[in-house]
Design a binder for this molecule. Structure first.
Ligand code: SF4
Ligand code: SF4
Length: 115
């Protein structure tokens, strides 16, 4: 059974701060953390599995104007929960979640990734 005063003393011993002065200081981002989506159009076959599996309906399949024969995903990331299901579902590894986390903005219409 720990002595109550001892816990407090141990906590105060730690010199490292628990908080940082964000945004003036940036936090250390873990390699596995999930942020903004990156889409590699050259790997994309337009299969639509990412759009089918996205639980937040972030992905809309639109016409690929370059090929005119296939569709491509458009990501409306203002709705994204960063669950990474799209990355899991993509058979050609055309989607990757980056560690970019500063995604706030005042115009939702600009929060679109269209490659
Ligand atoms: S990370 Fe999740 S919520 Fe975001 S686009 Fe992919 S599947 Fe949808
Ligand atoms: S699952 Fe992958 S290959 Fe299929 S449309 Fe989405 S990004 Fe393209």
């Amino acid at each position: 059974m720990p002595v109550p005063g001892r816990i407090l003393r141990e906590a105060l011993k730690k010199k490292k701060r628990a908080t940082i002065m964000y945004p003036f200081e940036k936090p250390e981002v873990q390699e596995r953390s999930r942020g903004k989506i990156e889409h590699f159009i050259e790997k994309c076959t337009g299969c639509g599995l990412c759009a089918r599996d996205c639980p937040a309906q972030v992905i809309i399949m639109v016409e690929d104007t370059r090929t005119k024969t296939k569709k491509k995903p458009e990501f409306h990331y203002d709705r994204c929960t960063f669950c990474s299901q799209c990355e899991e579902s993509c058979p050609t590894k055309a989607i990757k979640l980056t560690t970019e986390y500063e995604l706030a903005g005042s115009d939702r219409s600009k929060m679109v990734i269209s490659t």
